[in-house]
Design a binder for this molecule. Structure first.
Ligand code: NAG
Ligand code: NAG
Ligand code: NAG
Ligand code: NAG
Ligand code: NAG
Ligand code: NAG
Ligand code: CU
Length: 563
């Protein structure tokens, strides 16, 4: 394929508690899937990329050397990055891209997270292939459950026969939907239900009988929330997004784009069968999902002589919103003598109300650029503002160096127009959004509640909303419009789940709380990349506190410049 070789190289060096040195060599990365070969952007030639294994409390230096022909940045999804927005990664938000030939050093301090988080590229659509797991082990390996025999990442992804780096540009040119992928994948492989899936090999997880394993499930899919089920075995959910949950047993998961789930599995079944992990989209919006595509991987006992494939008894249908919400409802934080949630604000200093809409812009350019519904262009917004990403300088530099004219500090606390957000047949004049680079500024240490309200403006769906720079507690959610008089009475202030990504229910709302104690510039966006590209993004600035210990650290010396 005459598309050139896209390589990307990264050196990992773990300092402080471990003196391990990981040096990885670049390799050319041709991959064949669905009987077609192409070159993809990878870290160290691997797809999915290498797993970063650390203990809570470690500091890690990652030297990211860009040996590709594309710009790149890396984001550490779920890592709080206290006082260090410089290493957060989103392009033109906290840094300019690392250009071909350049190196940038990310510093990762693992302070609060424990469990599974992940890393991915945060520029254009590079994260489709540039992603991997981050395993944060507890100090002294003290888990709040019996120590698992072993653990495995199960990374859900997507595969396109075409070059993914062309997708966002093309989508912007046409104004329509981005090209749908050709397959979902588990650990990089589509599985036996796709053309050529069986010949090209399935992802296989080999287990011993009579053991307890920890599966670290990551939804790295670009554009879908996912259902997942495992044949023959119960799954016990014990964590999500780098925090522990009260254990619960389930036969399926709904994991939104960007989330992680830690799941214990006891290998107590007969080795006479081969057990399948199966995953398909959860997508309840019109035509946006692709329905019948199910990715599979194999769970196989070492003493198995290869019996027949057992498919999970129950995997919810693509539009099964009740199944999605029944699962989500069960997530609760683990609270005991050693796991407290004392950073959950009981009193709130600032209440914000943000609407999340998919919009349509009237066609003001040539018709070939208006391939969305009704001959218009897609957009998406938060409080009716479609975010415009700067291109000449990143927001953090503009903020830190007092460069004016890059952003405005007037992101609205409430939607500019009140309407029946989740009503049917909403009036035409609600369809179009405004554009802008507006940020919300929070004083240091503010206790914040944000109600995330989904709307039915063009179409409603479950939007997986991801916050950088903080975790939050999901204290409530419901269908329809949030009722400020009634709904807070039903909040869970005892054991709400602590998350970095939450699926706002289709035609519903979610209330989250957090303390703004991490100074910096932090992105908040929908983790469905088409919505993010259309503008369903906003930025929060948390101001410095009064002391050096509560302020942003100075920029690293090798910070890339946009010039
Ligand atoms: C990160 O951890 C290292 C090592 O403990 C420390 O020197 C550094 O100050 C930390 N960075 C921040 C921003 O706290
Ligand atoms: C997207 O398209 C619009 C309208 O055609 C254009 O103004 C804008 O510059 C494009 N953005 C990118 C990133 O290509
Ligand atoms: C978009 O076009 C529709 C149909 O022609 C019209 O009713 C509406 O007012 C237009 N909206 C804007 C914001 O111009
Ligand atoms: C959104 O902003 C656009 C452009 O300013 C405006 O035409 C539209 O009425 C606004 N819609 C809502 C719901 O506020
Ligand atoms: C943050 O706010 C809490 C509660 O209001 C207060 O107890 C604490 O001292 C504040 N911390 C700082 C560093 O201002
Ligand atoms: C790569 O980044 C530089 C610096 O911001 C920018 O000027 C250039 O346009 C980018 N290249 C692409 C292909 O986006
Ligand atoms: Cu969305």
């Amino acid at each position: 394929m005459g598309r050139g070789v896209f390589l990307f190289q990264i050196f990992l060096q773990i300092l402080i508690t471990h003196l391990l040195l990981y040096i990885s060599q670049v390799k050319s990365s041709p991959y064949t899937r669905l009987c077609r070969s192409k070159h993809i952007l990878t870290v160290n030639g691997e797809f999915p990329g290498p797993t970063l294994r650390v203990h809570r409390g470690d500091s890690v230096i990652v030297k990211a050397h860009n040996d590709a022909r594309h710009n790149i940045t890396l984001h550490w999804h779920g890592l709080k990055q206290p006082r260090n927005p410089w290493s957060d990664g989103p392009e033109y938000i906290t840094q300019c891209p690392i250009r071909p030939g350049q190196t940038f050093t990310y510093t990762l301090n693992f302070t609060d997270e424990e469990g599974t988080i992940w890393w991915h590229a945060h520029n254009s659509w590079a994260r489709a292939t540039v992603h991997g797991a981050i395993v944060v082990l507890p100090k002294n390996n003290r888990y709040p459950f019996p120590t698992p025999h072993a653990d495995f990442p199960l990374i859900l992804g997507e595969w396109w026969k075409r070059d993914v780096m062309g997708i966002p540009g093309n989508e912007n040119i046409t104004g329509g939907e981005p090209t749908l992928s050709d397959a979902f994948t588990i650990n990089g492989r589509p599985g036996h239900l796709y053309p050529c899936g069986e010949q090209e090999g399935m992802s296989r997880i080999k287990v011993e009988r009579g053991r307890r394993y920890l599966f670290r499930i990551i939804n790295a899919v670009m554009d879908e929330n996912m259902f997942l089920a495992l044949a023959g075995h119960k799954m016990t959910v014990v964590g999500t997004d780098g925090s522990y949950t009260k254990p619960f047993i389930t036969s399926y998961l709904m994991i939104t784009a960007g989330q992680t789930m830690d799941v214990l599995v006891e290998t107590n079944q007969s080795p006479e069968m081969v057990y399948l992990v199966a995953s398909r989209a959860y997508n309840d919006a019109f035509g946006a999902g692709f329905d019948h595509s199910t990715t599979t991987a194999v769970l196989e006992y070492y003493d198995s002589d290869g019996g027949s494939n057992l498919f999970p008894r129950y995997l919810p249908a693509v539009n099964d919103t009740p199944a999605a919400t029944a699962f989500t409802r069960r997530l609760r934080s683990l609270v005991d003598d050693t796991h407290r949630i004392d950073h959950l604000p009981m009193q709130v200093d600032q209440r914000l109300f943000y609407t999340f809409s998919v919009n349509l812009q009237n066609c003001t350019v040539a018709k070939k650029h208006c391939k969305g519904p009704f001959g218009r262009r897609f957009a998406a917004s938060v409080n009716n503002i479609s975010f415009v990403t700067p291109t000449k300088v990143d927001l953090l530099k503009a903020y830190y160096s007092h460069i004016t004219g890059v952003f405005e500090s007037n992101f609205p606390d409430n939607p500019p127009t009140k309407f029946d957000y989740t009503g049917d047949n909403l009036p035409e004049n609600l369809l179009s959004s405004g554009f802008g680079t507006r940020v919300k500024v929070l004083e240091y240490n503010t206790s914040v509640e944000i109600v995330l309200q989904g709307t039915n403006v063009l179409v409603s769906d479950n939007h997986p909303i991801h916050f950088h720079g903080t975790t939050f507690f999901t204290v409530g959610w419901g269908f329809g419009n949030f009722d400020e008089n009634k709904d807070p009475g039903g909040y869970n202030l005892v054991d709400p789940p602590e998350q970095n990504t939450v699926g706002v229910p289709k035609n519903g709302w979610t209330a989250i709380r957090f303390v703004a104690d991490n100074p910096g510039i932090w992105l908040m966006h929908c983790h469905l990349d088409r919505h993010q590209n259309w503008g369903m993004t906003m930025v929060i600035i948390v101001k410095n506190g009064n002391t050096p210990e509560t302020s942003i650290i100075p920029p690293p010396k090798d910070l890339p410049s946009c010039d």
